[in-house]
Write a protein that binds this ligand. Structure first.
Ligand code: PA5
Length: 429
């Protein structure tokens, strides 16, 4: 089985992605030759094979240093500068885990309660910091970093802080690069031709991932395999492009405006957040595109489940379905059977979840008339996650171009910033 299989058997109306063969071939050529809108940001296409091998060695070395010397890693970043790393670490290590390095996410909000509680918590922890910002001027990240840097320097001294801080930013320019050089921090590079939301396979994602004890090479190898598979010309055998075309047809021809990305379980909840940013920021422009939304089953079957089954039919679902699981639990016997569960004695929780998945798929697609695209994945692993990252990235580029938008800019994000800077009295605004 390919790592990801796009299963179109659960759509309400049958579709024929093969009709898009010529258009997809033209767009694919445009992506690979860099002739489309936003082509300055296509560095991610070949990055899984072209990455800087020396930097990967440095990432591994410094990550080992963090694992040997610190109890926690504070990752300061927002949007594409943290979502991929968090998605990967939670998907692989789990939300509850015994890893020796605790991951703490900061710089992705302006919530005074969250910030002050994290700073308070850090006072007694031996922590390192990875500040990640391509521009180096993102307000949320810069404020959080100023605060943790100050905490570290005052508590442990300047030299210890210097050793504990790692900066990931542009190679040539930006406020963070200037600061990192002045302070003598170890720096990692976000290549200038890769945008934040396409950067999880660079140091942006790989350094925190390695600090969490996950082999970054496996992520890259998975992405490299997806890159090869995405070169398949026949669209019906190209699972990423099949997904891109299917969601485009359901949007453009069936006029569904929302795509619910469905995952099962809290460990992959952050993968949905990464996916939402990738598609929302890449496609949501010029008054067009699907609204990327998400739900975590079976949890949300007890909340949004009602709406999905029975509410307005503005959406379709894309279900990320893992065929096998790395951990499992067997349900035991109880003599009294007061909970009535003895009929499941000896069965695993993965078996029960699979039946919930099958029952839900039928309920939503047959009874509820909701189209479901199912993405079958053999199981979660660092390799397969690397595959999924690339799969969604290349599908996103294809989907945005099919929709006539530039996948690689985000002009809408600037509007709130301008207003906020003006209200804060930032010079020049
Ligand atoms: O994907 C993107 O381009 C954005 O989400 C950015 O990653 C985010 O705004 C953070 O920007 P920066 O890395 O410059 O701090």
């Amino acid at each position: 089985m390919a790592v990801v299989v796009t299963n179109l058997d659960h759509l309400v109306k049958k579709i024929d992605p093969a009709r898009y063969q010529d258009r997809v071939e033209k767009i694919d050529k445009m992506i690979r030759e860099g002739t489309g809108a936003g082509s300055d940001f296509l560095g991610w296409v070949d990055h899984p094979v072209n990455y800087d091998k020396e930097e990967l060695a440095l990432i591994k070395e410094k990550a080992q240093y963090v694992r040997d010397n610190y109890e926690a890693l504070v990752v300061c970043g927002i949007g594409g500068s943290y979502l991929g790393a968090r998605a990967a670490i939670e998907a692989i290590n789990g939300v509850f885990n015994h890893d020796k390095v605790e991951m703490i996410w900061l710089g992705m909000n302006l919530d005074p309660c969250y910030l002050s509680q994290v700073l308070d918590y850090l006072k007694t922890k031996k922590f390192a910091v990875n500040v990640i910002s391509k521009s180096g001027t993102t307000t949320e990240t810069a404020i959080a970093f100023r605060l943790v840097k100050d905490l570290l320097e005052k508590r442990d001294g300047k030299e210890a802080a210097r050793k504990a801080i790692f900066a990931t930013t542009d190679k040539e320019k930006g406020a963070l690069l200037t600061l990192a050089k002045k302070e003598g921090y170890t720096t990692f590079v976000l290549p200038s031709n890769i945008g934040g939301r396409f950067s999880v396979q660079t140091a942006v994602g790989l350094f925190p991932i390695a600090c969490a004890g996950i082999d970054p090479q496996e992520i890259l190898e998975g992405s490299a395999e997806a890159r090869l598979d995405a070169m398949e010309k026949d669209i019906m055998k190209n699972e990423a492009y099949k997904y891109a075309v299917a969601r485009h047809i359901i949007y453009a021809r069936e006029h569904k405006n929302v795509e619910f990305f469905i995952t099962y379980g809290p460990n992959v909840r952050q993968l949905s957040e990464w996916w939402k940013q990738l598609y929302g920021e890449s496609e949501g422009k010029d008054g067009k595109s699907l609204l990327p939304s998400s739900a975590t089953f079976t949890t949300d079957l007890h909340s949004l489940g009602q709406y999905i089954q029975d509410g307005s039919s503005v959406f379709f679902e894309t279900v990320l379905h893992f065929v096998n699981h790395r951990h499992d639990v067997t349900i035991g016997h109880d003599d009294d059977n007061l909970d009535g569960l003895n009929y499941l004695e000896g069965k695993t929780v993965s078996y029960v979840q699979e039946k919930a998945y099958e029952g839900t798929l039928a309920a939503h697609s047959i009874d509820g008339h909701r189209s479901n695209i199912v993405l079958d994945v053999e199981k979660m692993s660092a390799h397969n996650l690397g595959y999924l990252f690339y799969f969604f990235e290349i599908a996103c580029a294809m989907s945005a171009y099919l929709n006539g938008v530039n996948p690689f800019d985000q002009p809408g994000v600037e509007v709130y910033k301008k207003n906020m800077f003006h209200l804060l009295g930032k010079p020049g605004f």
